[in-house]
Design a protein around this ligand. Structure first.
Ligand code: PAF
Length: 282
């Protein structure tokens, strides 16, 4: 696995791949890799001739009161984990290279970034779309792989790719869960022992919602209320949002007809956890 630290090295490497007529997959990450990330890398390796994983903790997607400084980092372990998978290159740019002095160009997707996570994390999506477009321009992949745990992020990136006519296939892959249902996330490591138990209530609430819909419940308010009861039962969890919404535009629904997304964000101790599922009521 080649370690590429500068934008020029990365561009030269990917230019060679394309000159050789090979397809290139990109897995953008912020590191502290878990099975969710590895499932993206494995998919890219099986779908594309060559795979690049990038690790960059992007300062532009953290608000001033968020966890940029404490965000977990484990570069050596990440490197050791990726090597045997068959990843061809690891791109490790620096913040100074990505955002040199005088940087002033940002990518902003409108309406869908104002909902859900965008309401409480104002900087998030502008930072994500800016860094992802920069990575796309530097790496020039044919396909890029993202997890569905961040389903709003995935849809925002799809919208950007569509609106800006990017010739890149955006691939979303299923959430990978721990044995007790907790969605894997680098931020899970903030959880203490009892918080870790509380955190499983997100998945429990989603399962309860799915069950209610399967039993014929169509009122979004009833589903949100039942989910809130499950989350707040623990006392340690603070709900940011519980949403039953249209899966593409993220408009809140009153009545579920056809496809919907159920999503939630919950603070448990220092961790802000998110989870979601898609449902269909026929
Ligand atoms: O999902 C993430 O880890 C990040 O938001 C991403 C897509 C790597 C951009 O920094």
């Amino acid at each position: 696995m080649e370690i590429l630290r500068t934008i020029e090295e990365m561009k030269a490497w990917s230019r060679k791949v394309r000159e050789d007529g090979q397809t290139l997959g990109l897995v953008p990450t912020m590191g502290y890799l878990h099975e969710g990330h590895l499932s993206l890398a494995r998919k890219s390796i099986s779908a594309c001739d060559r795979t690049v994983v990038s690790i960059f903790v992007n300062p532009q997607q953290f608000g001033p009161d968020e966890d940029l400084d404490n965000y977990p980092r484990a570069l050596e372990t990440d490197q050791r984990t990726l090597e045997p998978l068959g990843v061809d290159a690891l791109f490790l740019p620096t913040a100074d290279d990505m955002y040199p002095e005088g940087f002033q160009t940002y990518v902003h997707v409108e309406e869908i970034t104002e909902k859900l996570c965008g309401k409480s994390r104002r900087e998030l999506f502008r930072g994500v779309t800016t860094i992802v477009l920069k990575l796309f321009n530097i790496v020039q992949p044919h396909s890029a792989f993202f997890g569905e745990k961040d389903r709003q992020q995935l849809e925002v990136i799809r919208k950007m790719a569509d609106d800006l006519n990017l010739d890149i296939e955006i691939v979303g892959l299923p959430i990978i869960r721990e044995a007790d249902g907790l969605a894997m996330s680098s931020r899970n490591q903030y959880l203490g022992e009892t918080e870790r138990k509380t955190a499983t209530s997100l998945h429990e609430a989603l399962q309860q919602a799915q069950q209610l819909v399967a039993q014929g419940e169509s009122s979004a308010a009833t589903i949100r209320a039942r989910m809130r009861t499950i989350i707040e039962r623990e006392g340690q969890a603070e709900v940011d949002y519980i949403s039953v919404c249209d899966p593409n535009r993220f408009e809140e629904l009153k009545v579920i007809r056809g496809k919907a997304m159920i999503a939630l964000a919950v603070h448990v101790g220092k961790a802000r956890l998110i989870d979601n599922c898609l449902i269909e009521r026929i």
